[in-house]
Design a protein around this ligand. Structure first.
Ligand code: A1D88
Length: 259
């Protein structure tokens, strides 16, 4: 691949690196096509157990590549709508993966790039990473589900970022709940890798079903009970549950196979 690199470790942790460091990993059509290909492959990959997304070089991502945005007439609205919807939907395919996803925000995460990070299940940032959504200061309405993803995590801060263009550090983003936690820049990847490794060691079927449950945003207690009373029995008949109980009894690490 040209603008993404995809590395897989033996334990099932997959690392995607947005790889256009000279342009601070701005998202191009090429990168978007490679992302689609990677997400499509991961959707049916039974060996993948956890995904980490990060950026090459100094930035996570500077957002959509601004170089193709130019002067156009009103007749451009319908084709632009189609183009933007396809762009958003492709990047947000990450929300459809059943394996847990983690963003390691190593540096600036701007606009659409920030949204891709916030679309992950877990978001960790370098203490000094800059997070910003400067759409309106560019004359743009927010895109890439910014008006959903930011307020879902931190409603007050989202308004400051989207309306006033406020930039926050990774540390402040963690304090205000926009990201899960921040770490010193040099520790970020090892901390995130540790978390991904722990996730990858857990039982795959139970982990995938738990993610599906969390993302359903159950509307009430009864909805949660209905889901759990179906999903828990599925895991109760899995070989991995037998292994999990045996490992617990024998005080050893379980070896889950995803069956
Ligand atoms: C439809 C989508 C909408 C959105 O996503 S809205 C958000 C759009 N993004 C932005 O407004 C961010 C613009 N970029 C920046 O603010 C800065 O960059 C950073 C804070 C991310 C990093 O700053 P630093 O490390 O000082 O890098 P540098 O010198 O500004 O950039 C290095 C090269 O990268 C190009 N570049 C940066 N971001 C983009 C982008 N989003 N689209 C196209 N090119 C970009 C620059 O122009 C420059 O290029 P050269 O070396 O040729 O001068």
């Amino acid at each position: 691949m040209n603008e993404l690199s995809v590395d897989r470790k033996d334990d099932g942790v997959v690392l995607i690196t947005l790889n256009r460091p000279d342009m601070r990993n701005a998202m191009t059509d090429t990168m978007t096509a490679e992302w689609r290909e990677t997400m499509t492959a991961l959707a049916t990959d039974r060996d993948a157990r956890c995904l980490i997304v990060t950026g090459a070089g100094s930035a996570f991502s500077s957002g959509g590549d601004l170089s193709w945005i130019g002067e156009r007439g009103a007749e451009a609205v319908p084709p632009l709508r189609d183009r933007m919807l396809a762009f958003y939907r492709t990047w947000l395919l990450i929300t459809k993966l059943e394996i847990p996803t983690i963003a390691a925000v190593n540096g600036p995460a701007v606009g659409a790039g920030l949204c891709v990070a916030l679309a992950c299940d877990l978001v960790y940032a370098a203490d000094d990473a800059k997070l910003l959504a400067p759409f309106t200061s560019l004359g743009l309405h927010p895109g890439m589900a910014a008006t959903y993803l930011l307020p879902r995590r931190a409603p007050g801060l989202a308004r400051e970022m989207l309306l006033a263009g406020r930039t926050v550090s990774g540390q402040e983003a963690a304090d205000k709940g926009l990201v899960n936690q921040s770490f010193p820049k040099n520790d970020l990847m090892s901390e995130v890798t540790d978390i991904a490794t722990k996730i990858a060691r857990n039982a795959p079927i139970a982990t995938r079903l738990t993610k599906v449950a969390l993302n359903q945003d159950h509307q009430d207690l009864e909805a949660a009970l209905r889901w759990e009373s179906l999903a828990q029995p599925v895991t109760m008949v899995s070989a991995d549950m037998i292994e999990g109980l045996a490992a617990h009894r024998e005080r050893r690490m379980p070896k889950f196979t995803g069956s």
